[in-house]
Design a protein around this ligand. Structure first.
Ligand code: F6R
Length: 252
């Protein structure tokens, strides 16, 4: 695992966007596809802004295929809180990606179709050759995607229960805790770990404790982001605030 700390969230986000843009440009040059695994939430917003800047300067997303990590369940794609809406607002509506290359878990499937759908989501990722770059944030429970405490290392795309802390963190977006869905469809830990390159982005003081525990503490299903430890293809990108406790630790 590589660790890279930047003085500000802006610089950290810019770095991640530059890495992604350079990868896409490289693949575009030989007319190859880039497969991105994408996250939502507050963390990657600036990364997406920077990617839009790259697009405005000429970077094409025509060869880009995306798979989002997760979607609330139940959740209609056109709801304002959906991750479908988020992705279109923050990235897809501003670049030349084609609709058929966008994959976001469907939060409106009837319960008895979810299992088969999740299997197909995994299959589609494999069919396009796997995820080249996976972007991750980290939740205060130590979740990646919506793999909450207790998620096994070999978990795949599936329907999960959201942790109460995760629901509380989303309460503002939903106008109150009682409106936050209790479940979500998420890629699994194994799905995430099989990406060729992973960027875990952690920003801000409120992520400092969980970031430290996950990166330096015991590797355990109780803190799923700890599974990233010891993985050569994982790069952790922090701003100074998220890295505050890690730096102190190192000094002591
Ligand atoms: C979102 C996702 C989550 C978030 C995490 C952090 O697609 O998979 O794991 O990355 O909850 O959320 P923010 O960035 O809002 O703090």
């Amino acid at each position: 695992m590589q660790l890279n700390t930047f003085p500000t969230a802006e610089k950290a986000s810019k770095y991640v966007a530059e890495e992604i843009a350079a990868y896409i440009a490289d693949k575009n040059a030989s007319n190859e596809k880039t497969v991105l695994g994408l996250a939502t939430g507050s963390t990657p917003i600036q990364v997406y802004k920077e990617l839009i800047n790259f697009h405005q300067k000429g970077l094409s997303f025509k060869n880009v295929i995306t798979f989002n990590l997760d979607e609330y369940y139940p959740m209609g794609a056109s709801e304002k809180e959906s991750y479908h809406t988020y992705m279109h607002t923050h990235l897809f509506d501003h670049v030349d990606i084609s609709g058929e290359n966008i994959h976001i878990p469907d939060g409106m499937l009837p319960g008895d179709m979810v299992k088969e759908y999740c299997k197909k989501y995994e299959q589609k990722i494999k069919e396009v050759g796997g995820i080249d770059i996976q972007l991750l944030g980290i939740g205060r429970t130590g979740h990646i995607g919506f793999n909450e405490p207790g998620s096994p290392i070999d978990s795949k795309t599936r329907l999960v229960q959201l942790h109460e802390t995760t629901r509380e963190d989303a309460a503002n977006d939903f106008g109150g805790l009682r409106n936050v869905p209790k479940m979500a469809i998420t890629m699994g830990i194994e799905t995430i770990l099989t990406a060729k390159k992973i960027y875990l982005l952690s920003l801000g003081r409120r992520k400092a404790e969980i970031t430290k525990t996950c990166l330096l503490g015991e590797i355990t299903s109780e803190r799923p982001a700890s599974y990233l430890q010891g993985e050569d293809h994982v790069e952790v990108i922090l701003d100074q605030e998220a890295g505050l406790l890690i730096q102190r630790d190192k000094i002591n």
